[in-house]
Design a protein around this ligand. Sequence first.
Ligand code: CTP
Length: 131
Amino acid sequence: MKRVITFGTFDVLHIGHINILERAKALGSHLCVGISSDQLNFSKKGRNPIYSEKQRLKIISSLRFVDEVFIEESLDLKGGYLKQYSADILVMGDDWTGKFDMFSSQCEVKYLPRTPAISTTEIIEIVKNIE
Ligand code: CTP
């Protein structure tokens, strides 16, 4: 029974988030999700998330494919998180292809295709432009 781990901001939840979490869980029996802290999100994306880390943690932990959640404080701690949560498989969307290959000695690393034509950034832009 494999333990799967994935990471992301998961701000303004959308179908792409649901699809990747559903497919990640299908690869094993336990899914753990590292949710980017507000600070980490700011450093990655240059803006504050719409929903706070506490809210995002609660939303993601309420999904039926998700067994465990934690706040990811820093990208540099990834190897430590894989160990701490005993990950057998690391899953990321294919926008990250190649970026986590250095962890393939620790666990299997899989990049899953992103759901086309939707992202949190796009949703924010659409909502901003509604007159
Ligand atoms: N994801 C996906 N399909 C999408 C959007 C996101 O599979 N259409 C995946 C990402 O590849 C990542 C996870 O969902 O593994 C969390 O991504 P996140 O960055 O939180 O979502 P985005 O919508 O890409 O956010 P943003 O627009 O702010 O970059």
